[in-house]
Design a protein around this ligand. Structure first.
Ligand SMILES: [Zn+2]
Length: 324
């Protein structure tokens, strides 16, 4: 293939792939049928906390209606940071001062306790008997926190963080509050990274599709279905098809670029691909897709071959120069 044809066609492929990326984001906006959360009465909150025979309690003391905001699924959030902006808040925010104690909402096992981006310190508790997990964000890394082990309903797990350590910073402090989410299944059911896989503060998919439940509704009902809460019956392809399609396209492009690198002699090959690969791989990696490891491996091979060719060219031109 002539170099110019190759260069033009790889540019076209890059443009198609990047437009696909944008399109995927536009198509994957939340569906309209997602229902909103209900306003629950919190008047019995202290009763739930004190009655040991009840399965659930609120994770903070003396929660009142005016301290609860950002009710789960209540509205879209618009972040100006990206075109991937229309999202649901999949938790309730309980506004309490920094240093307020935070408790396990039910019996369970701590499955995660660590720093996590905008969450500051994050704790996740699996409740296998109920088939739920609960998530507690914006905790304090500088105070005591639980690291692992079994917990009982009402057991202290951490304290709320100060504005500059709860996911906020000195420059951008975050008002102290607990970001509290409940989801069906266990954390391990939603593996890998990515904001909506298991940590999710905001997601673009319909939250019910992914098993997110309204925390105050679960707690106020105090009811456990006979065989625990059911995993969402979401169709695998319905959730993943854009990412699968997109990954496949990128993978095909990566493999063909690799083959061209091996087969062709010196070419500009892929100044374009060299730039596209890391960007797209980073994107896919952030979505928590396993295919990103294959892409990284392909890219590494690609770079090694390119370096090898570069060194050989240097040697040849050196040899030619000494011949003259
Ligand atoms: Zn929140």
């Amino acid at each position: 293939m002539n170099l110019r044809v190759y260069y033009i066609s790889s540019t076209i492929i890059s443009v198609i792939l990047l437009s696909t990326l944008v399109l995927v984001q536009v198509i994957a906006q939340p569906s309209e049928y997602c229902y909103q959360s209900e306003n629950m009465s919190l008047s019995h909150a202290n009763l739930y906390a004190n009655d040991v025979s009840l399965p659930f309690r609120f994770p903070v003391d003396n929660i009142t209606q005016d301290q609860l905001s950002g009710a789960v699924f209540a509205s879209y959030g618009y972040s100006s940071a990206s075109f991937d902006s229309k999202q649901y808040h999949v938790a309730e925010d309980y506004h309490k001062p920094a240093g307020s104690p935070v408790y396990a909402m039910a019996d369970g096992i701590v499955s995660f306790s660590g720093p996590r981006g905008g969450y500051g310190w994050l704790v996740i508790i699996d409740h296998p008997a109920l088939n739920l997990y609960s998530l507690y964000g914006h905790l304090s890394p500088s105070r005591w926190y639980i690291e692992s082990g079994q917990v009982q309903k009402g057991q202290l797990i951490a304290y709320l963080g100060d504005p500059d350590e709860n996911g906020g910073s000195k420059e951008n402090p975050l008002v102290p509050h607990l970001h509290f989410g409940i989801r069906s299944g266990q954390r391990a059911d939603y593996p890998s990274m990515g904001e909506w896989r298991w940590t999710a503060g905001w997601i673009k998919y319909c939250p019910q599709d992914l098993g997110w439940l309204q925390p105050s509704k679960i707690i106020c009902s105090q009811e456990i279905p006979d065989s625990g809460f059911h995993n969402p019956k979401v169709n695998f392809l319905a959730v993943w098809w854009q990412e699968i399609l997109f990954s496949a396209l990128i993978l095909i492009a990566a493999i063909s670029a690799l083959f061209s690198t091996i087969r062709k002699g010196y070419s500009f090959l892929v100044a374009g691909y060299s730039i596209l690969f890391p960007i797209v791989t980073w994107y896919i990696f952030n979505r928590g897709l396993v295919v990103s490891y294959a892409l990284i491996a392909l890219y590494a091979i690609f770079i090694i071959i390119q370096m090898g060719k570069f060194i050989r060219r240097k040697q040849i031109s050196k040899a030619n120069a000494s011949d003259e």
